[in-house]
Design a protein around this ligand. Structure first.
Ligand SMILES: O=c1ccn([C@@H]2O[C@H](COP(=O)(O)O)[C@@H](O)[C@H]2O)c(=O)[nH]1
Length: 268
């Protein structure tokens, strides 16, 4: 089953459109062992409410070799729980280097996972990522309009729409898939733009980061979804992992509540 198929299947079976971000911050813990235990506990406690998980690679890279080991543990635990993994690495480089990133994050033990990719170097640099994702049942999520306030500095003036057109063009090569292997990142912090990006990329899975800590609300996101309630994943990291300090039950309650709010928004 491909990444897109797996998350869509989870959305339909478990009625969840929530992507749980796992971004462990060392300064929140006594030591690395404490961080590891809490991160794995949050993963297990929130799994019933998640369509997928999204580890942000930066937080694991910041921990050095121990972080890389933890990332592999998190991915293995997610697989055991049946949770698709979306790696947030925002990778992008000249083609030959992109090929190495793709090999590292979209094949081997990460085959079937998804990776966020940065199109800034040009559309030809997306090819190694897309080809590797397709060959391994994975997915890429291309940055179209990011959630941060400064995104308009470079993504304004029609640039996001141009990237969205490329996402649609790439997905035309997979006419048989409900949701093909090229998805798009559109910040949940731009609720007024979601329906337009949905229309520009009608078959792309959308990742909507910014729920919770960045101020986006589940009730504002319905424009991103298809009529059946599929096609988008709303993502929260701090708002789940650190919902109430390090209280794991509060993390589970926050994930359940985001799931329920997303579902309620779609019923209106
Ligand atoms: O446009 C984007 C793309 C990715 N992110 C990442 O998502 C999480 C958001 O964390 P919160 O704690 O829920 O704010 C983080 O890993 C970002 O790097 C994003 O925020 N916006």
């Amino acid at each position: 089953m491909t990444f897109a198929h797996a998350v869509t299947d989870r959305t339909r079976r478990l009625q969840t459109r929530l992507c749980v971000g796992l971004d462990p911050r060392l300064d929140a813990y006594r030591d690395a062992a404490h961080l590891r235990g809490h991160t794995l506990d949050v993963l297990e406690a929130t799994a019933p409410y998640a369509a997928c998980i999204k580890p942000q690679l930066a937080f694991y890279e910041a921990l050095g070799l121990e972080g890389m080991k933890l990332l592999e543990e998190v991915c293995a635990a997610a697989r055991t729980l049946g949770l698709p993994v979306l790696l947030d690495g925002k990778r992008g480089d000249i083609g030959s280097t992109a090929q190495a990133y793709a090999q590292g994050w979209l094949s081997g033990q990460h085959g079937g996972s998804a990776l966020t990719v940065n199109p800034f170097l040009g559309f030809e640099t997306l090819t190694p990522f897309v080809d590797t994702a397709r060959a391994n049942g994975g997915a890429v999520f291309v940055l179209v309009k990011t959630s941060n306030p400064g995104q308009a500095d470079l993504q304004g003036s029609g640039i996001s729409e141009r990237v969205a057109d490329e996402v649609r063009r790439l997905n035309a090569a997979e006419p048989q898939s409900e949701y093909p292997s090229v998805g798009a990142v559109v910040g949940a912090t731009h609720p007024g733009d979601l329906a337009a990006f949905r229309a520009l990329m009608p078959r792309a899975l959308l990742l909507l980061p910014g729920l919770g800590a960045q101020g986006a609300r589940a009730s504002d996101l319905s424009g991103a979804f298809d009529p059946g309630g599929t096609g988008a994943l709303a993502s929260a990291s701090r708002g789940v992992q650190y919902a109430q300090g390090l209280d794991v039950q509060a993390s589970a309650a926050a994930a359940r509540s985001f799931r329920d709010e997303l579902n309620a928004a779609l019923k209106q």
